[in-house]
Design a protein around this ligand. Structure first.
Ligand code: NAD
Length: 544
């Protein structure tokens, strides 16, 4: 491009979350898109080198989790050939994309954000609502607002990465840093529960000049296709991101043995991530470079209340934190530690509020709760509830019902246990199930110890308290058991540019998606030293 300037990326603002008030114009327009998409049976293509691929090993149908008798479309489970073709396409696109001026790469994603905030808004929301069973608010904060934020903030952070240069260049030297993309391709493996995460796991490395092979979760393919359409409309060149539907282990077997595999950008469960890390380790001698491994994984997120907390605030934090999007957030509150003095008041408010929660399809705006993602998840969550029903040291305080006859519906459920190590206090359930342990007020410090030591995860957590000493004590005692720590707020709903997200311990590599820390993982800096006046005599002065 024939321009001479140091361009500045517009200072990013968080995309406003639209309200979709029932009966309003915005809601009507969204409903029209929702009905139009629902009325169509879509053929969902893979995207390799910009081509739409409609073949594969098996035709698989896609259904709304809240209405499994309805068919939204079909995709074709991919083959080994798709994986090889996607890798080849990415590597062929690599040189031209890496040579594209960085501000033009960033511009593709700034444009994608504006298209998403504009003409793609309803389509992206409708796809996420129908395919993943999110109500409009849950979809809007994810598939629109957070995705726009990822694109705009990362473009801005990328400009900060490139500004990073050596501190000194004493005469006659000029020292520089060239922030290169990785050599090879990045493999993005993405989860079902956030459309924005799926987009960002590809977009973040790609913005840095990398190319990508993307394997989404099978239950997110319906909105994944809209993401590819968005990238295409924003002008992303062919082959830079290639979307395939080959089974994870089949794809992994090819990708993780490939010499040019340069990095894994993963979000999903801890067990899968650990399997992939081992596989990469076993193949380490095959690679041209040491692959970057970035993974955000499971959580067993906590809420702990001090006796000085306000019961209503705790109850609302628990309800929103545990049950929004059916508890299928890595950050969802799933274990709570409440003081005995506050428990009766918290219970009264929580149970009363839960009675008002409506559950059903995403099309009815009155529904706060929709379905869990698929039958496998439904059966797994129901089994956890059954354990509590049969246990002598636990009881169901609210909910406990489930029914998969029409959709995969599980009532928001509260379990009360007298055993702080009860199964549902320790294991990730990934559903609308909250377990509560009530401690004696005098045992606050011990309760903090329990919070810290009970689970292998360290993703999010919240403390509710008024007493400042208690807040300080909890913040210190729980320093290593949450990558995102909340004071008097629910542990979900991190916003890009405000609360960079990610956890440590069993919850991931804590590379904070949507921040400069994540971008740095997709860059391999080259230091350049130039001497403007090289020496012409080898002898140093000390030689006399
Ligand atoms: P999952 O682990 O079942 O699947 C994630 C992805 O890995 C999918 O694309 C899946 O097809 C793929 N996969 C599974 N086995 C594979 C294998 N052997 N080889 C290659 N790929 C394989 O997770 P999910 O059910 O989609 O998502 C829920 C999980 O994700 C929860 O554990 C949740 O805590 C976690 N999560 C974490 C964060 C975070 O930021 N920490 C965010 C969202 C979700």
């Amino acid at each position: 491009m024939l321009t001479d300037a140091t361009f500045k990326i517009p200072f990013p603002e968080n995309e406003p979350v639209h309200a979709y008030v029932p009966g309003g114009q915005e809601r009507k327009a969204l409903d029209e898109t929702l009905q139009a998409m629902k009325g169509e049976v879509m053929e969902l293509p893979a995207f390799i080198n910009g081509e739409r691929i409609f073949d594969g090993e098996e035709k698989v149908s896609v259904h709304p989790p809240h209405e499994h008798a309805h068919t939204l479309g079909h995709f074709y489970r991919g083959t080994k050939q798709h994986v090889n073709d996607a890798i080849d396409a990415a590597l062929s696109a690599k040189d031209a994309w890496a040579a594209t001026p960085w501000q033009d790469r960033a511009a593709v994603f700034l444009r994608a954000a504006d298209l998403l905030a504009g003409p793609f808004r309803h389509r992206m929301n409708a796809a996420t609502m129908l395919g993943q069973s999110k109500n409009v608010f849950q979809s809007e904060i994810d598939a629109v607002a957070e995705m726009c934020d990822f694109f705009r903030f990362n473009a801005y952070f990328l400009s900060q990465v490139y500004e990073e240069q050596p501190l000194h260049s004493p005469t006659p030297l000029w020292n520089r840093m060239d922030h290169r993309p990785l050599e090879g391709f990045v493999f993005a493996i993405t989860p079902f529960n956030f459309t924005s995460i799926a987009a960002n796991l590809c977009a973040a490395p790609v913005m840095c000049g990398n190319v990508c092979v993307w394997k989404p979760s099978e239950t997110q393919i319906y909105s994944a296709v809209v993401i590819m359409e968005l990238f295409e409309a924003a002008g992303l060149p062919k082959g830079v991101i290639n979307l395939i539907y080959t089974d994870g282990p089949v794809a992994g077997d090819i990708v993780f043995k490939h010499r040019d595999f340069a990095g894994l950008h993963f979000t999903g469960s801890t067990g899968v991530f650990q399997t992939l890390w081992k596989e990469i380790g076993e193949n380490i001698t095959k690679y041209r470079s040491y692959p970057r491994i970035v993974g955000e994984t499971g959580g067993k997120d906590f809420v702990v209340a001090h006796p000085t907390a306000f019961p209503d605030q705790v109850a609302v934090g628990l309800l929103r934190g545990a049950f929004e999007f059916q508890g299928q957030k890595c950050s969802a509150a799933s274990r709570a530690y409440l003081p005995s003095s506050l428990w009766p008041a918290i219970k009264e408010r929580l149970v009363a509020d839960m009675k008002t929660l409506k559950m059903g399809t995403v099309e009815d705006p009155a529904n706060f709760i929709n379905a869990v993602i698929d039958e496998r998840a439904f059966d797994k969550i129901a089994a956890f509830i059954d354990v509590a029903k049969k246990a002598s040291d636990a009881e169901i305080v609210a909910g406990g019902g489930y029914d998969k006859s029409v959709g995969y519906f599980i009532e928001p459920t509260v379990i009360l246990t007298t055993n702080p190590h009860f199964k549902t206090m320790e294991e990730e359930i990934f559903g609308p199930v909250l377990t509560i342990y009530v401690y004696e007020d005098a045992d606050w410090t011990e309760a903090l110890k329990l919070v810290d030591e009970t689970s292998p995860y360290a993703l999010t957590g919240a403390v509710f308290a008024t007493d400042r000493h208690a807040i300080i004590e909890a913040t210190d005692a729980l320093r290593n058991c949450a990558g995102n720590f909340y004071i008097n707020d629910k542990p979900t709903g991190a916003v890009v540019g405000q609360q960079p997200f990610g956890g440590a311990r069993g919850s991931g590599t804590n590379d904070k998606a949507g921040s400069i820390l994540n971008l740095l993982r997709w860059i391999s800096p080259r230091t350049i030293k130039e001497n403007f006046n090289p020496p012409t005599d080898y002898r140093y002065p000390f030689l006399g």
